[in-house]
Design a binder for this molecule. Structure first.
Ligand code: HAM
Length: 421
């Protein structure tokens, strides 16, 4: 037997319903905010991710599924969606359209991570990106929309944390201060952090190693080094969130694991960390990404929400309306003629979206009744030779444990009425 690769999951029918629900709620939210759907390839040229996510990030260093295709091109299964959105934005010259351009996407992403609860090697993100506006109200819109999406899903208590990672003006000043702080500690840092220190010191705050966390606890934080433009922007984003009545926490340690961020970064957590301890959604502003990928100097801001993680939360809070619909009619048949009548009845009922079914294994009446019971059918209609001759059939009400002999129009009426309820 061949099992699925480590870090992948099969989503079985019961859970697929939750996925469909998450995706439908997301599409509905995007419609309300004017975001259009972009469907993108799941593989891109590797260079796209090197130039956007960043060569020093864990994603690029350790986690990408990269291979050479038969034409000897280096191809990567996308580890995230923003880079592809910006690539597509440029390829389709969307900068010539009225700005900002608001886009959303949904699909599988791939990262070679250590699998654990809520962390997979193939996972799904739904995300949105607003490209072309520097205005802090655009950051606020992305954040408000994120929280609105979770509220619509029934996750009204998501915890929002926020920070600013500055820009090309203030970051070098902070970088130098952080480097100077880290230098005397270098030998005590983990190997990864020793590398980060030289290439991108901000990333030391993202280290999971407890020793590194303790050593860097007093290190200079980027949000204490913001230039006045970045500080004003960050103040305005918070003012917009206040005016929309959103709760958030400024977390100076939040730096994010991707290099393209400038200014605003944020993450959302589910309060019960036993269900999911990592962020359920995360995003931020990327003012240099469009230019770095060969376009004009255009800013962007966006977010990606983990679908697997949203589904984990929904599973922990089951809702009746998200369960599979109830089987309204099960038709038990004896003999070929009865089977034929059943098929034609089912065709009519199913065309009206009434969930109905029959036996497909030529089993005894007793076995068919057992199946109907197990499937929690509301009614069972019994068709045998005698019933066909009389034109009257037994309709058993499985909830009330009663039964009646009725003709076909009477039965159809009861079934249709029952499915309306
Ligand atoms: P990210 O923080 O790498 O950001 O991922 C966003 C979300 O995707 C996470 O909060 C989590 O819910 C989900 N996620 C990430 N990795 C995994 C995994 N291995 N298993 C399950 N879920 C996972 C980005 O990807 C950025 N592109 C977000 C963004 C959009 N920034 C601006 N625009």
């Amino acid at each position: 037997m061949i099992n699925g690769p480590r870090g992948t999951v099969d989503i079985l029918p019961e859970e697929s319903r939750l996925w469909r629900h998450v995706e439908a709620v997301f599409a509905e939210t995007c419609d309300a905010y004017g975001y259009g759907e972009l469907r993108l390839p799941i593989f891109e040229h590797s260079e796209l991710f090197l130039r956007s996510v960043g060569e020093t990030t864990d994603i690029v260093q350790k986690e990408m599924y990269t291979f050479s295709d038969r034409g000897h091109r280096s191809i990567t299964l996308r580890p995230e969606g923003t880079a592809g959105v910006v690539r597509s934005f440029l390829e389709h010259k969307m900068q010539n359209l009225p700005l900002p351009i608001k886009l959303y996407y949904n699909g599988p992403m791939f990262r070679y991570e250590r699998p654990e609860a809520g962390r997979f090697r193939q996972f799904s993100q739904i995300g949105m990106e607003g490209i072309g506006s520097h205005d802090p109200s655009m950051d606020a819109e992305i954040i408000i929309m994120t929280m609105d999406f979770y509220r619509r899903l029934g996750i009204a208590n998501g915890q929002l944390i926020l920070n600013s990672v500055g820009c090309e003006v203030c970051r070098p000043v902070h970088r130098q201060a952080l480097y100077d702080f880290l230098l005397p500690l270098k030998d005590q840092l983990c190997n990864d952090c020793q590398n980060r220190m030289e290439k991108n010191p901000l990333r030391v705050f993202d280290c999971k190693n407890e020793n590194c966390q303790a050593l860097t606890a007093e290190g200079p934080r980027v949000s204490d080094y913001l230039c006045s433009d970045c500080q004003d922007h960050f103040d305005d984003v918070q003012a917009y969130l206040d005016s929309a009545g959103l709760e958030y926490q400024h977390d100076k340690d939040l730096v994010r694991g991707l290099d393209y961020y400038t200014r605003t970064v944020f993450e959302v957590y589910y309060p019960d960390r036993n269900i999911i301890s990592s962020a359920i959604g995360a995003g931020g502003r990327y003012n240099k990404l469009v230019e770095e990928l060969g376009g004009k100097d255009l800013p962007g801001v966006g977010v990606a929400l983990g679908v697997d993680r949203a589904v984990l939360v929904l599973k922990a809070n089951p809702k009746e309306e998200l369960q599979a619909p109830r089987l309204i009619l099960y038709i038990a048949t004896m003999g070929k003629k009865a089977g034929m009548l059943a098929v034609s009845i089912l065709k009519d009922l199913r065309a009206k979206n009434i969930y109905s079914d029959k036996d497909y294994l030529n089993r005894s009446l007793k076995a068919q009744m057992k199946s109907a019971n197990r499937a929690n059918a509301r009614y069972v209609m019994i068709i045998g030779q005698e019933e066909i001759e009389k034109g009257r059939y037994t309709l058993r009400d499985m909830d009330n444990q009663t039964q009646n002999e009725l003709d076909l129009p009477e039965i159809m009426k009861i079934i249709e009425e029952s499915s309306d309820n």
